[in-house]
Design a protein. Structure first.
Length: 304
């Protein structure tokens, strides 16, 4: 999926619009970052996250330069990810955990998920809600429709023009860090959500302990991630869009031991090989493990 025509653009701060920023981390190999597919893939391409800048005015961290928005969207349209589906049981479980937290605030009604991928969270959510998904990947939309039989998954939110205050709840799970214009997205989500409705959002935390300790080697730094929020910058974004943040807490996930191990494969071989051998020995590869590395945050916010 090489796209040699993808333009790399220098961009201002995604939160406040300032152009004054310092380089925070710069990965050694940036040449292939021109391939928009890397920015769109859910896979790790270790060490190819490009140049991360921290805004001098507001502290927001973002990737610049990066492919133009149309190239990014085209990358997502053509994304296919078999690894994603391979962990479908885990993703169903993660969906139920998220749903349990959201349902403490809103128990039924219409729910919108932006970036629903293959639809595992929506499938859990339809036990309580009438669900609508937004997902640019044709492959993921087809999975959601044909395998999970989800009734409505559309390509883009802006393209659909839902009425004002149409939804009671909205979710963006591991999505906002991929967006070229998070402010525009949150304004549109606020428009389609009724006053008093709730937003559930998950994203990596650039100010978490592991991000600060591992610095340029943190697993949260990926080519597909172009916005890096902290609890403070995320609250600012939500406040500007018309939301009051009511809860911020760390977000743990369930995956098989085999999947967690694959996430370690970018780290020094002796460490990885030793853990892998032990897990094989104990026969744990396909067993599930809940792990909270405390570097992703889940946020609940209320539409004002
Ligand atoms: Zn800024």
């Amino acid at each position: 999926m090489e796209n040699p025509d993808a333009l790399m653009l220098e961009v201002p701060c995604s939160l406040c619009g300032s152009k004054e920023a310092d380089v925070l981390y710069r990965s050694k190999a940036t040449a292939s970052a021109a391939d928009a597919a890397h920015f769109a893939a859910t896979t790790d391409v270790f060490g190819l996250y490009g140049t991360l800048r921290r805004c001098r005015a507001c502290g927001m961290v973002y990737t610049s330069p990066r492919p133009d928005p149309e190239a990014l969207l085209e990358g997502y349209r053509t994304t296919e990810d078999e690894d994603y589906r391979r962990e479908s049981e885990s993703r169903c479980m993660n969906g139920y955990l998220s749903l349990a937290l959201l349902r403490r605030h809103v128990r039924s009604g219409r729910l919108l998920e932006v970036g629903c991928s293959a639809g595992f969270f929506l499938n859990a959510a339809r036990t309580s809600f009438e669900v609508t998904g937004v997902e640019p990947s044709r492959w993921a939309r087809e999975y959601a429709a044909k395998t999970l039989h989800l009734p409505k998954v559309v390509e883009t939110l802006q393209g659909e023009r839902f009425p004002d205050a149409h939804f009671d709840a909205a979710a963006l799970i591991d999505v906002i860090e991929h967006l070229d214009d998070p402010r525009g997205m949150m304004r549109e989500v606020a428009r389609v959500l009724r006053p008093g409705g709730f937003l559930y959002l998950v994203t990596p935390d650039i100010e978490s302990l592991s991000a600060r300790l591992l610095r340029g080697y943190w697993w949260g730094l990926r080519p597909a991630h172009i916005q890096y929020f902290s609890p403070r910058t995320l609250k600012t974004l939500l406040d500007k869009a018309g939301f009051e943040t009511v809860l911020v807490k760390s977000y743990g996930r369930i995956f098989t031991w085999g999947y967690w191990l694959s996430r370690l494969s970018n780290y020094p071989r002796p460490v990885h090989a030793a853990v892998e051998a032990l897990v094989r020995l104990l026969g744990l590869e396909d067993k599930f493990l809940y792990l909270d590395t405390r570097d992703s945050m889940q946020v609940v916010a209320r539409r004002r």
